[in-house]
Design a protein around this ligand. Sequence first.
Ligand SMILES: Cc1cc2nc3c(=O)[nH]c(=O)nc-3n(C[C@H](O)[C@H](O)[C@H](O)COP(=O)(O)OP(=O)(O)OC[C@H]3O[C@@H](n4cnc5c(N)ncnc54)[C@H](O)[C@@H]3O)c2cc1C
Length: 380
Amino acid sequence: MDFRPTEEQTLLRRTVREFAETEIRPHVREWDEDQKFSPELMPKLAALGLLGIQYPEEYGGAGMSALDYCICLEELARVDPGIALSVAAHNGLCSAHLFRFGSEAQKQQFLVPLARGEKLGAWGLTESTSGSDAASMRTTATRTGECWVLNGSKTFITHGRISDVMVVMAVTDRAAGRKGVSAFVVERGTPGLAAGKKEDKLGMRASDTSEVLFDNCRIPADAMVGAEGQGFVNTMEVLEAGRIGIAPLAVGLAQGAYEAALRYARDRKSFGKPIASFQAIQWKLADAATKIEAARLLTYQAAFLKGRGQRTTLESSMAKLYASEIAVKVADDCVQIHGGYGFVKDYPAEKYFRDVKLTTIGEGTSEIQRLVIARQLLSA
Ligand SMILES: Cc1cc2nc3c(=O)[nH]c(=O)nc-3n(C[C@H](O)[C@H](O)[C@H](O)COP(=O)(O)OP(=O)(O)OC[C@H]3O[C@@H](n4cnc5c(N)ncnc54)[C@H](O)[C@@H]3O)c2cc1C
């Protein structure tokens, strides 16, 4: 495997970095305080192809590779992890589900405007009583004549209140357990679909998260995505690829935190010297740089294999687990290196520290990644 970037990938990284520096960096504090995904960013992200990164051009996408997808998310997360989370949920969950399992008609109707960035996507799996144990969901879809009727609610949904299109999982046959879950595509404005509570979050506040409510929400029979009863199995496949979105997000976040720490360590003087001259600080920086590089390589390996069309259950979980856990450590050390200034909002350290925690929770907690990894090891 050769992970040296091609000329196109170097250019891609530079382009997304410049975009993030000019269009996102000046608003990071404001969006964090306002706690909302900024709608004016949508056309700008779309113009760079960042809302349809890995989808073919015939579906309105930018036709980039799985590795390119990682580069884009790293560069967004380096500046604002919340924006990277929104881009990852739109691309890697909602659009990915439609691309992998949707009919041609669903791709034309929903994926094309999502990939062009004309519409914003959401993906609803989690419920208030079922997160890690997603198969025990309570939301139902009941067939009545030519319609499916959705009842229930979803919790912690990225873009839940503001999406135009949502892929939602619901029970179609309770007795069949995991094989009784199906996926559906629902459009904003459908009667019976309503936004629930907007979450007031610790971090990732530039990304909108809310509850979604279904009260006798009638959707057409052809709104089912994939085969009946395959919704949960398909969801596991979507998440396997989705984790190669959270992993680069964590790598990019760690990179941003590390760079902030390095900058501060060079500037800040203590006992008459820059704190970067103290071995205690140098070791933190050396450990951070080494761990980030290792996490990046695990992430690129998973993306490389995914790009070859392979299943990557083991590699995706290893990359997501490792990248998120080292990112938590790097963000912690970034605050420590900033001392008291790491605790106040004038410096970026405290925001990385708040944002990073989501990476060990979303798209499967660290405990669930270890469970997936162990199952793979034991079944080999
Ligand atoms: C900002 C944000 C955005 C999100 N976006 C989305 C989205 O767009 N769509 C969506 O569907 N969901 C989304 N989620 C939900 C997220 O995927 C879940 O929060 C996550 O899967 C964990 O589920 P839970 O919160 O119910 O925790 P629980 O499953 O209740 O877990 C609680 C604790 O128990 C541990 N645990 C649970 N089961 C086991 C086990 N078998 N072995 C060991 N430990 C276990 C967990 O690891 C965790 O530490 C989002 C969450 C957040 C915070």
